[in-house]
Ligand binder design. Structure first.
Ligand code: GDP
Ligand code: MG
Ligand code: ZN
Length: 410
């Protein structure tokens, strides 16, 4: 029976596999996040024309990979992403499939990183060995992970090929000290070279030991965070042949399968959207059903113009009637961070403009009321927020949004 079903699914496309965990690739610009993502997945995630031109990541990047171990090799040497052991040529055994979320490290793109942080179950903090540690985004990204409750991180001390042994050790000590002050003193620090593939096996070992596959509560109604969306139709496709909009993200709870009715909230000016799931897929093919865990995409009956160009980023996809009502009014209990990246005033005043990140959604608003450490914000666009939900608060400093505090929804 099971066999038969499988053939039927593959008739519509290759059968895929959902990854079980999302690992964030975070850290300062140019420290090697995208290069390391490529070493671990074989995929170069900077594909946007602007990214190629400027040589920096602008959007969140996504790539899946499978970790394997060699039955003959010992210790860290057994870890690989290949089906054949690169050291002894034996056939390897599969461990698990993982998704990477490659964050942009440029200071203008902090809100994009924050939106991606909502999906990360663990992370690799990439730190270049040839620069002083911490660089501004090294700290700001780690703070973002802290807000998101991401406890399990592995540090990749990258570009060790560029420094002397002495300087690598000096840098290692700086990293160690930085991690201690930030509350991550037990995180492993693995010296690597993303460009030359040095110590990638050691890094995979650390990921296997320290970034566990999260356990999710079963039997809860669907709640999925959208981080990207697309129009998959080629220009010039005839209206009758148009495929519906595709939404990508990660399920926080529940499951989704073709045929399910879903609600997309907060939606846009016109309110929530309702549609039906036509297909569910992972990076490498079609799924019968997706669970809480790694990145997936849902094909819908939506007009593809509403999903083009990541327009759906930040939306919550839920079982109809189960998501909280969208709102533009939020009350937050504010907690400032002890150490800020730049000298930003540790104060929020009435009529200050703020950006809050709720799940994967970012919203701009202004402070309308203040009471001790609680503020009321009137947002320009609606959000879906639950009581006690933690949100990131960014404040404008010069030209950029700076992560200054987190808030707890009242
Ligand atoms: P990102 O901004 O953190 O994503 O950094 P990229 O992956 O785009 O890398 C920035 C630059 O550093 C590129 O020119 C890479 O080729 C280079 N780079 C990355 N990893 C290494 C490494 O291990 N050794 C050396 N020498 N250069 C590296
Ligand atoms: Mg990059
Ligand atoms: Zn081997």
């Amino acid at each position: 029976m099971a066999e038969k079903k499988k053939t039927k699914t593959s008739a519509k496309g290759k059968t895929g596999e959902q990854s079980v965990v999302n690992i964030g690739m975070v850290g300062h610009v140019d420290h090697g996040k995208t290069s390391l993502t490529q070493q671990l997945t074989g995929k170069w995630t900077d594909t946007h024309s602007e990214e190629l031109k400027r040589g920096i990541s602008i959007r969140l990047g996504y790539a899946d990979t499978t970790f394997y171990k060699c039955p003959k090799c010992k210790d860290f040497e057994k870890y690989t992403i290949k089906e054949k052991c690169p050291k002894c040529d034996s056939k390897t055994e599969k461990i698990r499939r993982v998704s990477f979320v490659d964050a942009p490290g440029h200071e203008t793109l902090m809100t994009t990183m924050l939106s991606g942080a909502a999906l990360m179950h663990g992370a690799i903090l990439v730190i270049a060995a040839n620069e002083e540690c911490p660089q501004p985004r090294t700290r700001e990204h780690l703070t973002a992970l802290k807000i998101g409750g991401v406890e399990n991180i592995v540090v990749a001390q990258n570009k060790v090929d560029l420094v002397s042994k002495e300087n690598a050790e000096k840098n290692y000590k700086q990293i160690k000290k930085f991690l201690e002050t930030e509350g991550y003193k037990d995180a492993s620090i693995i010296p690597i070279s993303a460009n030359f593939g040095g110590n990638i096996d050691l890094l995979i070992e650390a990921l296997e030991k320290e970034i566990k596959t999260p356990k999710f509560k079963e039997n809860l109604p669907l709640k999925m965070y959208c981080v990207r969306s697309f129009d998959i139709n080629k220009p010039g496709t005839k209206p009758a042949e148009l495929k519906g909009g595709v939404i990508g993200g990660s399920i926080m709870q529940g499951t989704v399968k073709p045929g399910d009715e879903i609600e997309i909230t907060p939606g846009f000016e016109t309110g929530k959207l309702s549609t039906k799931v036509i297909s569910v897929s992972a990076e490498n093919g079609i799924l019968k059903e997706a669970n809480a865990g790694g990145l997936i995409a849902i094909g819908t009956l939506l007009d593809p113009s509403v999903t083009q160009n990541d327009r759906m980023r930040g939306q919550v996809i839920a079982k109809p009637g189960t998501a909280p009502e969208p709102t533009k009014d939020v009350t937050l209990e504010v907690h400032f961070f002890e150490r800020l990246v730049e000298k930003v005033e540790k104060e929020i005043k009435i009529s200050d403009l703020l950006v809050i990140t709720v799940g994967t959604l970012t919203a701009v608003g202004s402070v309308t009321n203040k009471n001790k450490n609680t503020i009321d914000i009137k947002l320009k666009n609606s959000v879906i927020i639950e009581k006690d939900q933690k949100v990131a608060i960014s404040k404008r400093n010069k030209a950029f949004w700076r992560l200054v505090a987190y808030g707890i929804s009242k």
